[in-house]
Design a protein around this ligand. Structure first.
Ligand code: GLA
Length: 360
């Protein structure tokens, strides 16, 4: 099938853009479902990015165009869209307004290579790219951490996902050459090298997730908050040993055990452990997500199991919000593409449709 070339900003809006910005997706190496428990995370940026171009609207409406979806949405400034990509963009703009920055009606064009629904934060990349673009166009005095915070609020208030701050912080502050160790309570962070002799491989399981309202994601968060209340702490981050959770009713104690053990895995990983030990921590993280937190699915378990038994792989796990999506592996330097070929051949031969996402 021949696909028509995507129209550009000029063809959609009849003028040239006045500003352009971009932001990457992210892959989380360790520290899953810890961010909304005030815990620790360890993401890195991926090469895939979302690009936003902006100009001033000629009428009283915002006009948003998503090139990959070929979808155009026009909205009056105080009338939120009911769903879709426009909710995230509109949310970012509205929250800037509420924070005291008047935003005129805009023309906004989005194009992205960040895969959607696989746990690599396509929505955070869209939020951060949008906010960077608006900051540039209007010369707003907001820093990169503020951008992440506004992006997170847009996701919570306008897309219905009660998320933590990892994705937006990673998209706003991480790069592809290092890991970003973040304390999500204090927002203190350190940029760290990957374990020596290792690189990242990300494979899509082909089973996609949708995390927003009504999904198990918000339910898991609520369970963690109940567990913290019963244990008398502000957040599960304040508990450091898994024994402390054994008095909790089911399923809360398993949920809490995942969060506490996962925080401990991140804290060990950032001590500069070998690739071998880092891989073991990733494998343990997968088992914990699968058995205690129950956010994996059979396809991802199969993909992760194949990865874990392939020579050259130090460790592998489900990454992102879960209920489908991608797996991340730490593999020997220079071997990611060969390993991906072998693993995908085996995975796809049992009826799945996996594909390589990183290296891109
Ligand atoms: C999603 C959320 C993040 C985080 C991860 C799970 O990506 O947006 O805040 O909770 O899931 O670690």
């Amino acid at each position: 099938m021949i696909r028509n070339a995507m129209p550009n900003f000029q063809q959609i809006f009849g003028t040239d853009p006045e500003a352009q910005a971009s932001a990457p997706g992210r892959v989380n190496l360790l520290g899953e479902h810890t961010d909304y428990n005030d815990g620790f995370v360890l993401p890195t940026a991926i090469p895939q990015r979302t690009i936003v171009q902006l100009g001033f609207s000629q009428d009283a409406q915002h006009h948003f165009y998503a090139a990959d979806l070929d979808e155009r949405v026009s909205i009056l400034a105080d009338n939120p869209p009911s769903s879709g990509f426009a909710s995230y963009v509109f949310g970012c703009i509205q929250l800037l307004q509420t924070a005291g920055y008047p935003i005129p009606p805009l023309n906004l064009y989005i194009k992205s290579s960040v895969p959607i629904g696989v746990g690599l934060s396509s929505s955070a990349a869209m939020e951060v790219a949008t906010l960077r673009g608006v900051r540039l166009l209007l010369n707003l005095p907001i820093d990169d951490v503020r951008i992440a915070q506004v992006g997170q609020q847009a996701e919570i208030q306008y897309a219905g996902l009660n998320c933590g701050i990892m994705d937006q912080m990673a998209s706003s502050l991480a790069d592809t050459d290092s890991m970003l160790f973040l304390d999500t309570r204090t927002l203190e962070r350190r940029v760290l090298p990957f374990p020596q002799g290792a690189e990242i491989l990300v494979l899509d399981s082909g089973v996609h997730h949708a995390l927003a309202a009504g999904s198990g994601y918000n339910q898991r968060r609520a369970e963690c908050e109940s567990a913290a209340r019963l244990l008398g702490v502000k957040a599960l981050r304040d508990i450091t040993t898994t024994q402390a959770t054994e008095t909790l009713p089911e399923p809360l104690w398993h949920r809490a055990r995942h969060v506490i053990s996962e925080n401990n895995r991140v804290l060990e990983a950032v001590k500069g452990v070998s690739a071998k030990r880092f891989g073991e921590l990733m494998n343990a993280s997968h088992a914990s997500q699968r058995d205690d937190y129950e956010v994996s699915v059979p396809a991802v378990d199969t993909l992760v199991a194949i990865l874990q038994e392939t020579p050259g792989v130090f460790g592998a796990r489900l990454t992102g919000g879960g209920f489908g999506g991608a797996s991340v592996a730490l593999v020997a330097s220079g071997q990611a593409k060969t390993i991906a070929q072998d693993v995908l051949e085996r995975y796809n031969s049992v009826g799945y449709a996996g594909r390589i996402l990183v290296p891109a």
